[in-house]
Design a protein around this ligand. Structure first.
Ligand code: G4P
Length: 534
């Protein structure tokens, strides 16, 4: 049964997306400008909290500030042109790829941010592959046009070749770096003149421009060499490209490209205008039993893609972030928890505007709500107002670094165990328990070095625990399974067997060579690199 027309209308105006990029491409800067256009912040600099500007980030972002990296993914909501836009932040650092993967499970489209001088960088490529796997439509924003960089044709060629995806330039830059004078919007047939002193959107100088007829205008703004080059480039792309096909974009076959400078707030509104017109609303979601859930369905469904503890240290809280997949959420509603097979009340709920938390009474498919959690939720858990729903799994990655923690003050051991339990449920680290030693002395696994660093920082900062990390020689974790997917608890060949957080058997070995040995000794066993949580 479909939801009421009023609810359907609310769902249809939701747009949920994430920005993917390599660190330093300008994601924070672009986010800030998007929030500015969305009316959430009134002076830029509020998100980043640089010296001299207003810092509104909360305490748990302290390490991010110190290191200048984005670690946890936050959700930011703003209204633009009648739409309710949910922007999910993704950690750009490679050590947080798992967190990013989970975020990308919760969006309906992504914006790929590329530095004009650096082109497609390693992290962008990896994140792009995740989007491709999920067939998410991708917008491309080429940033830092106010700096010297690659010429636009070379850049587009690089994107197409590296990512094996076609690009469709929506705007085209007029010069670059010192000679950057504006952009031409091919769809609206307008030139937007760049002026560094411009502060308000209304201050734009916009000139109607038709290629072929109005070429002379370019010489009024660009030097002859740059104008000649732009005309040549436009001749080439106008002649070679078919008109924009929205279906090819929605299928993930082509990516519309816009150019700009996030720092100078130029081209950001052009991007937003295009985004508003073409970004897809909430998409249907597949369940494990091969059904499809329509976002406009009357029943409420959702899944947990992120758990964050201690966002507010004054009250030791834990928040489970739910992506609503269908229907309407109401604070205090009763839902069926699919994994626990029991009813729960979602009473404490919030949404996020920049880093500020606001209580939310209702939300709709496409939205993300943070609900207070007392330990009922794990990543991948599904909730529904009508029966058991299990959406497709969110994979867990195999860690490559291992260690054991020791705390100097023996009285604090219990506290450390609790902290590790919280942080592993959050997905910040993975815990492995030795059968004979038990949960009081777990082994910690991380995908990257920075994850350990964050762990140590958070233990000190959030739990007041001074701990020492003793590294272990393991580098490979595998989940042994039979061909039909049953856990294997015993292996031949002297394997080090452990249990993960949800009691699955795991084998840890020092190197690939040891793993190959185990494979030879146990030819009927599959050694899986990741395992679903639910
Ligand atoms: P990230 O979140 O993707 O890591 O990138 P972030 O926004 O922090 O930007 C990285 C650096 O690039 C910052 O410089 C930022 O100002 C700069 N930047 C972002 N967009 C543009 C742009 O369009 N043009 C130019 N010229 N620079 C841009 P920083 O030196 O680290 O900090 P800041 O002191 O300049 O803020």
């Amino acid at each position: 049964m479909l939801a009421t027309p009023q609810i359907q209308k609310e769902i249809q105006r939701r747009r949920t997306f994430a920005i993917i990029s390599h660190p330093d491409a300008g994601k924070t800067t672009l986010t800030e400008k998007l929030l500015y256009h969305g009316g959430v912040i009134h002076e830029t600099g509020e998100v980043k909290g640089k010296s001299g500007t207003k810092a509104v980030t909360s305490d748990w972002m302290e390490l991010e500030r110190q290191k200048g990296i984005s670690i946890t993914s936050s959700v930011m909501t703003f209204d633009y042109d009648g739409l309710r836009v949910n922007l999910l932040d993704t950690p750009g650092h490679k050590d947080f790829s798992e967190d990013t993967y989970r975020v990308l499970m919760a969006v309906d489209s992504a914006a790929m941010l590329i530095d004009v001088a650096k082109g497609v960088e390693e992290r962008t490529k990896k994140l792009y592959e995740v989007c491709r796997l999920r067939k998410i439509p991708i917008f491309t924003f080429v940033n830092k046009l106010d700096r010297e960089g690659k010429d636009p044709l070379t850049l587009i060629d690089e994107v197409e070749k590296t990512l094996n995806m076609q690009c469709y330039p929506v705007t085209w830059p007029l010069g670059i770096g010192q000679r950057f004078r504006g952009i031409y919007n091919r769809l609206t047939k307008e030139i937007w003149i760049y002026d560094q002193r411009r502060e308000e959107v209304e201050d734009y100088k916009i000139i109607p421009f038709e290629k072929g007829k109005d070429d002379a205008i370019l010489y009024d703004y660009l030097d002859k060499e740059s104008a000649d080059q732009v005309i040549e480039e436009l001749d080439l792309i106008e002649g070679a490209l078919p008109p924009f096909d929205v279906n090819e974009f929605l299928n993930g076959q082509i990516s519309p490209v816009t150019f700009g400078s996030a720092k100078q707030n130029f081209g950001v509104d052009t991007f937003l205008q295009f985004f508003t017109k073409y970004a897809p609303g909430p998409q249907p979601r597949h369940t494990k039993d091969d059904k499809e859930i329509d976002p406009l369905d009357a029943k409420f469904t959702g899944f947990v893609f992120k758990i964050q503890a201690n966002m507010d240290r004054r009250h030791r809280d834990r928040i489970a972030f739910i992506r609503i997949c269908s229907g309407k959420f109401e604070r205090g509603m009763k839902v069926q928890h699919s994994r626990l097979e029991r009813e729960l009340r979602l009473s404490y709920s919030s949404q996020f505007v920049a880093a500020d938390k606001e209580t939310v009474d209702e939300a709709y498919a496409g939205d993300i709500v943070g609900v207070g959690d007392t330990g009922n939720f794990a990543i991948g858990d599904c909730v529904s107002t009508s029966g058991k729903v299990q959406f497709e799994d969110i994979p867990k990655f195999a860690p490559e670094l291992f260690g054991r923690l020791s705390v100097r003050d023996a009285l604090k051991r219990q506290k450390m165990q609790e902290a590790l339990q919280h942080l592993s449920e959050e997905g910040a680290i993975q815990l492995f328990i030795e059968p004979h030693v038990g949960a009081q002395d777990p082994i910690i696994g991380a995908v990257g070095e920075l994850q350990f660093e964050v762990l140590m920082h958070r233990l000190k900062d959030e739990y007041n625990l001074e701990v020492k990390l003793n590294r272990l020689p393991y580098s490979v974790a595998r989940w042994p399974r039979t061909a039909d997917g049953k856990p294997v608890t015993e292996l031949k060949g002297g394997a080090n067997m452990f249990r993960d957080l949800i009691d699955n058997p795991v084998v840890l070995v020092n190197q690939e060579w040891d793993l190959n040995w185990l494979k030879r000794e146990n030819p009927d066993v599959e050694f899986q690199t990741s395992i679903s949580r639910a």
